[in-house]
Design a protein around this ligand. Structure first.
Ligand SMILES: NC(=O)c1ccc[n+]([C@@H]2O[C@H](COP(=O)([O-])OP(=O)(O)OC[C@H]3O[C@@H](n4cnc5c(N)ncnc54)[C@H](OP(=O)(O)O)[C@@H]3O)[C@@H](O)[C@H]2O)c1
Length: 262
């Protein structure tokens, strides 16, 4: 276990840093990826000198090559955790084109590219990929159309690849629900509280992540009733249409403001 290398994107984020702590505790060597050098450096210092970090923007094709090359130099990746992600809750009509492209690029294209670049290493080590999706990778939610598109895509990618690479590389999909991290701005927090939606602590989400990693399961969703709702949406989407459309007035009250309806 001591020699095993995990490549973790979004390592400086709320969920990413909690996963980094858990993986390091379990004996993994980490290649931490993010954009904030001082945060990455502080995290590496906290975890110990055997770990390394790379400052990269995942929208850049060169970043993908740099990560694969660094992982190779560290002995080859046994685990890839595609955790980096962004979310901007906005009415679709008022979402700028560059925000659409950026969200799809970070949440969906980068995990695909990184998996592609690391695949020969992962195959060699009979390794694992965990793609961090969301409850919104199975439930289409108002004001989250781009985020949902990216996470539905990531779930489809994970499921197809998991079946394609059966016996070679384990591909898993992990779906947290709302979690207390900086991805959620004030308005999302206020909306969740108005709707009575629970918010998990990142440490709890990291515990759930470790359960998925240590199991033979291909997928794990966090939190009740969200995981039931996600399954229900797959079988009876009309029921979920009605439930969410009933909430639309409340949702719009938080997200259709003067600035978003300009
Ligand atoms: N928190 C939730 O409610 C929730 C719920 C379900 C699923 N998730 C998923 O969980 C994952 C982690 O989210 P989080 O809650 O921990 O969010 P977070 O605290 O905002 O962390 C996001 C991470 O992604 C990195 N990142 C963003 N854009 C990047 C880019 N262009 N290139 C490289 N790295 C980039 C950030 O690095 P920098 O800060 O350096 O940019 C940061 O490390 C995401 O995939 C998210 O969709 C979160």
């Amino acid at each position: 276990m001591n020699k095993k290398l995990a490549v973790l994107t979004g390592a400086t984020g709320g969920i990413g840093s909690a996963i980094a702590q858990q993986l390091a505790k379990a004996g993994w060597t980490l290649l931490l990826v993010g954009r904030n050098e001082s945060m990455l450096s502080a995290l590496r210092d906290e975890l110990g000198p055997k770990h390394q970090f790379l400052v990269e923007d995942l929208r850049d094709e060169k970043a993908i090559l740099a990560i694969a090359s660094c992982a190779q130099q560290m002995g080859g990746a046994d685990l890839l955790v595609n955790n980096a992600g962004v979310n901007q809750m906005l009415p679709f009509e008022h979402t700028p084109t560059d925000t659409i492209e950026s969200q799809i690029s970070i949440n969906l294209i980068a995990p695909m590219r990184l998996t592609h670049s690391l695949l020969s290493q992962l195959k060699q080590q009979r390794g694992t990929v965990v793609n961090v999706g969301s409850a919104f990778g199975a439930i289409g939610y108002p004001m989250q159309s781009i985020y949902c598109a990216s996470k539905f895509g990531l779930r489809g990618f994970s499921e197809a690849l998991s079946r394609e690479l059966d016996g070679e590389v384990q591909v898993k999909y992990f779906a947290p629900r709302a979690t207390d991290t900086s991805i959620n701005g004030d308005r999302i927090r206020q909306l969740n509280s108005a709707l009575g939606n629970a918010m998990d602590k990142p440490q709890y989400v990291a515990d759930e992540f470790m359960k998925l990693l240590g199991s033979t399961s291909r997928r794990r969703a966090v939190g009740f009733p969200e995981k039931l709702f996600a399954r229900l949406n797959g079988v009876f989407p009309e029921l979920v249409d009605s439930a969410l459309i009933k909430q639309l007035k409340v949702i719009k009250a938080y997200f259709v403001t003067k600035e978003t309806s300009l």
